[in-house]
Structure formats: C-alpha cells, structure tokens
Design a protein around this ligand. Sequence first.
Ligand code: CDP
Ligand code: MG
Length: 139
Amino acid sequence: MATNRTFTMIKPDAVANGHIGNILAMITNAGFKIVSLKLTQLTTADAQKFYDVHAARPFYGELVEFMSRGPILAAILEKDNAVEDFRTLIGATNPADAAEGTIRKAYATSIGENAVHGSDSDENAAIEGAFHFAGRENF
Ligand code: CDP
Ligand code: MG
C-alpha cells in the first residue's frame, strides 16, 4: 500500500544558486506539507552511502563529489500519493527531457546537476528520510 510521505533534497547546485525559496514555494503550492526540514551537508561517506545503488555506474564518482561539495536542504514531505506526485513535480532526470512546470525544467542545469532529489519508492522514502532525520525531527 502506498504511504503518504516522500523524501527530497535541494541539491548543492540549487542551494548555491539561491533557489531554496522558489523551490520550496513550488513544493508547497503543489500541496505537499513539510514534515521535516534541515540545511545540512553530506560528507563524502554520506554521499557514497546514500547513492550506493549507483556505485557501479560511470557517473558515481562525480555524483558523490557533487552531492558533498556544499550544503543541501533535506526534507520529508507529506501528501496523498507523495512519491509518485513528487516525481511528477520534479520532472525527468535530464532537464532536457523535463516537462514544462517541473522543478528540474526551471532549475536543473544538466543531467548531473539537476537541482532536486526525489525518492523513487515508498520503501526508499522511509530509508532516505531516516538517513537524515531523527524521529523527534518529524512533525
Ligand atoms: O534522481 P533520479 O532518480 O531522477 O535519477 P537516478 O537515475 O536515480 O540518478 C541519481 C542521480 O545521479 C541523478 O539525479 C543525477 O544527479 C545523477 N546522474 C548523473 O549524473 N548522470 C546520469 N546519467 C544519471 C544520473
Ligand atoms: Mg533515483
């Protein structure tokens, strides 16, 4: 059964480019409630662990370097059908393929530096949320 939470990060590119406020506005205007929110930075080891599923991919080294190079905004979001609806809101991985009105269409600059993360399943949403937030940080 689908749960109603997903996990997101505003990635180092979008934080550095000053897009936190506009991206959060797109998220809340789309009907997501903020359950947890934190400005933080991944260590190299954190980024390696978070993206372990991609360890064999050619872009893994670059991805780990990018995701740990500066602060990110981590958040848990709540809405009916959260995982799927949030993937629709962020758009395709490659901004060249992202639909109009999506966050990546507006703010991603390349397939690697694509502004936001969105969990791909309820199971991963729970794992990724717990990676960043203690229970008492969930509201
Ligand atoms: O983030 P999403 O689920 O859309 O894509 P993914 O296939 O799970 O890949 C995770 C992240 O790796 C992407 O968001 C990109 O930042 C990066 N990536 C990349 O640098 N080059 C690729 N060809 C694919 C992904
Ligand atoms: Mg993914």
